[in-house]
Design a protein around this ligand. Structure first.
Ligand code: ZN
Length: 299
């Protein structure tokens, strides 16, 4: 069994600067935690090409990021962020390549940018590496891709990009959008054959959430028969995270990661884990490590 984390310190340049919640030291601390897992190899990332980014994004939008003209208040873009953003996507693509090479699991902590639309940077996300990773997996021959996103925010960009696509299933478990960003999507009314939103209210107990959510995973994954799975493993639903108001503890992340890993093992597909949100340090790093360890142990 082979497991790898894609990393180089160059990934630390994907950072929105002092005062912004998305600081790259969160990934650095996360990587240091992962180094404690013996069986995890470290593999260098590569840059995604503009053509690869265009598997999902409009060419005009890519050009505007390159020129430092896109962006908004949450997601400030200057010319200098283009290459770090390309590297961050390339780390995900390298992770997908490793799965093609026979690895069972790969990890990119500096990824999971699920809010980016095909033509727009949003919510700290410039290029949607979750979606580009899924399209690239298909290019490499993994026809059916299951995306599970347990970041506390709805995976809105990813859902929108694959709407109506029967070969990509998008499942998002998140704080109810009536009470949390992105507010306008993530409702159960958007569910269809290949999209499942599972919104959670701040008043729901962890016990109730686990009882409701965990059985859905094998129930939806198995009949879809995925060739590969992408997990956006954001931990910003943790009870002490400054960005949300769910009451989740280590127990939730421990259980959900074990269930997904067992599901992958039982159904014989490889998994790439993408970091996503998590803004309480060093807890974010500890939770990521627990999740990755569970996958290594269970797969
Ligand atoms: Zn988030």
């Amino acid at each position: 069994m082979k497991f790898a984390v894609v990393w180089s310190d160059e990934l630390l340049s994907y950072d929105f600067g002092p005062g912004h919640p998305l600081r790259s030291d969160r990934c650095k601390i996360g990587f240091e935690e992962l180094l404690r897992i013996d069986s995890l190899e470290v593999v260098k990332p590569r840059y995604a090409t503009e053509d690869e980014i265009a598997l999902v994004h409009d060419k005009e939008y890519i050009k505007s990021v390159k020129e430092g003209k896109a962006g908004d208040l949450d997601t400030p873009i200057s010319k200098e962020i283009f290459d770090p953003a390309r590297l961050s996507v390339g780390a995900t693509l390298r992770g997908v390549e490793l799965l093609k090479e026979g690895y069972k699991l790969s990890v990119n902590l500096c990824g999971g940018w699920h809010h980016a639309f095909e033509n727009k940077a949003r919510g700290f996300c410039i290029f949607n590496d979750v979606a580009i990773g899924a399209r690239y997996a298909q290019v490499l021959g993994f026809k059916k891709v299951f995306i599970i996103d347990w970041d506390v925010h709805h995976g809105d960009g990813t859902q929108r990009i694959f709407k109506g696509d029967r070969n990509v299933f998008t499942m998002s478990i998140h704080q109810h959008p009536a009470t949390q960003y992105p507010y306008v999507s993530g409702y159960e009314s958007e569910n269809d054959e290949t999209n499942l939103n599972v919104p959670l209210m701040p008043s729901d107990s962890e016990q109730e959430i686990m009882k409701r959510v965990l059985p859905l995973i094998p129930q939806f994954v198995k009949p879809f028969r995925p060739d590969l799975m992408i997990v956006q493993m954001g931990v910003d639903g943790y009870r002490e995270d400054p960005m949300s108001s769910l009451d989740l503890s280590d127990r939730f992340y421990d259980s959900i990661s074990r269930i997904v890993a067992r599901c992958a093992k039982n159904n014989g597909f490889p998994v790439i884990l993408l970091g996503g949100g998590g803004f309480n340090f060093p807890k974010t790093a500890q939770l990521w490590r627990m999740i990755v360890e569970n996958f290594v142990r269970e797969m």
